[in-house]
Design a protein around this ligand. Structure first.
Ligand code: GLU
Ligand code: MG
Length: 442
């Protein structure tokens, strides 16, 4: 059941869902969306209000399209107007870590029921549909990295080594509760581990359709935050929490499929890519500077995108190359072949990031692009650096005909407006001030 179904059908489905949720002890339903600055915002309704919300949507001011990370507004964010935030019941989940609550991602429509051209989730849906019209599907997954702060001191496990067993022991109960909550929400966790820097963890989930993968990333982040709170911890998904240290990525994995076959293997292209998969990835590589404005949207993103941190700051590709922005993963089994866009972080609105990558890949397909030579070693000194500031990435987006056409005038305009206003707002601030401003916003 998508939000594009007729009102009456949405309402009928919501009536059934609401009765089930109420019987399961749910009192409130959160309808969430992500703004152009990457901040997840919510409206909620009591569970008996879900039917009306599905039929008519929940009121949301259009000025949210102009919100910046610090809740100030870019020019153009006026007080007038109304949009309807419609819960997508296909993404409805009871929240295991926040008892009594359920969550559904929302799509935004005008009062007359026409899609809001500035809706980021509908943009991602359109991009997926454009591929589907060519018989192609994408499986995607967004890795979630975060850093926890707080908790009890004096356990003797602070400051444990990167990927260290001591770190796992120190946070064992916390991580177990996280696994339990995700399992209860029917999310399939692939892997969970202590990451490089102190208090940092990473979690990956099974791949899904592009819009669903973005939904899942939000649900994972919600769950991490709620479980962290129960353990006296605060989770930060900010691109960096220490300007000198390793940051939090939001790497996007994706594979291209036709007729149930992964196009990332068994072909004539590099490392067995089919020509279609090669063109798709070449399209992504071609648009990467502009895509950064969608996938690395914060001034803080560029504190993370530095060499030597495996954040993918170079515009190149390479098999299992963790410094390349585009890492090719051939895997052991053919169906595991996928590509990882490493330069993205969790400040990104995942719908903009995913939709942008699909649109860039589709343009690569349409043009029959080929990949440039592979970068096989450390790209330092040999490969082009990606834009090193939000301003430079935003300029690249402004100049991208491919992304401009895919986003459409209104969504492109509001994204550019937010990026430019955020770049101006943080101009002249120190790295530490930037980090403090975004640490607990995403
Ligand atoms: N934390 C690194 C980043 O900022 C990624 C480390 C890795 O998983 O390769 O993207
Ligand atoms: Mg990682």
């Amino acid at each position: 059941m998508s939000t594009a179904e007729p009102r009456a059908e949405r309402a009928a489905a919501a009536r059934v869902s609401a009765a089930r949720l109420a019987a399961e002890g749910v009192d409130g339903v959160i309808v969430g969306w992500v703004d152009n600055a990457g901040v997840t915002r919510v409206k909620t309704v009591p569970v008996h209000g879900l039917e009306s919300a599905a039929r008519w949507g929940v009121g949301a001011a259009p000025c949210f399209d102009a919100f910046l990370v610090d809740d100030s507004l870019a020019p153009g964010g006026g007080p007038v107007g109304d949009l309807r935030l419609v819960p997508d019941l296909a993404g409805l989940h009871r929240l295991a870590a926040q008892p009594g609550w359920a969550w559904a991602p929302g799509d935004r429509y005008a009062q007359d029921g026409t899609p809001h051209p500035g809706c980021q989730r509908l943009f991602a849906r359109r991009a997926a549909d454009a591929l589907a019209a060519r018989g192609l599907t994408v499986l995607a997954g967004i890795e979630v990295e975060w850093i926890v702060e707080g908790g009890e001191d004096g356990t003797g496990f602070e400051g444990g080594p990167a990927y260290g067993m001591r770190r796992l022991i120190g946070h064992g109960d916390y991580l177990r509760d996280l696994l339990r909550a995700l399992h209860a929400q029917e999310l399939t966790v692939l892997q969970l581990h202590p990451e490089y820097t102190e208090g940092q963890f990473e979690l990956s989930v099974a791949p899904a359709g592009p819009v669903e993968a973005a939904d899942t990333a939000l649900l994972v982040r919600h769950t991490v935050q709620a479980v962290s709170l129960r353990h006296g911890l605060r989770a930060s998904f900010a691109p960096v929490t220490d300007p000198e240290g390793v940051g939090n990525g939001g790497h996007l994995h994706l594979s291209l499929w036709r007729d149930g076959r992964n196009l990332g293997h068994g072909g004539d292209g590099p490392h067995g890519l089919t020509r279609e998969a090669e063109s798709f990835l070449a399209g992504v590589l071609a648009e990467l500077p502009a895509l950064l404005a969608l996938g690395a949207p914060s001034v803080a993103s560029y504190l993370r995108l530095a060499p030597g941190r495996w954040s993918g700051p170079y515009r190149c590709w390479g098999r299992e190359n963790r410094e390349a922005a585009l890492r090719l993963i051939t895997g052991s089994a053919p169906e595991q072949a996928n590509a990882e866009v490493k330069c993205f972080d969790a400040a990104a609105n995942p719908y903009l990031a995913v939709g942008g990558v699909l649109a860039a890949g589709l343009a690569g397909l349409d043009r029959g692009l080929r990949l440039p030579p592979e970068t096989t070693g450390d790209p330092d000194g040999t490969a082009e650096r990606l834009p090193a500031s939000l301003g430079a990435a935003t300029a690249a987006l402004r100049g991208s005909a491919v992304l401009g056409a895919a986003l459409g005038e209104q969504l492109l305009g509001s994204v550019l407006g937010v990026r430019e206003a955020e770049a101006a707002r943080f101009a002249g601030r120190t790295a530490a001030e930037v980090v403090d401003a975004v640490r607990y916003r995403y």
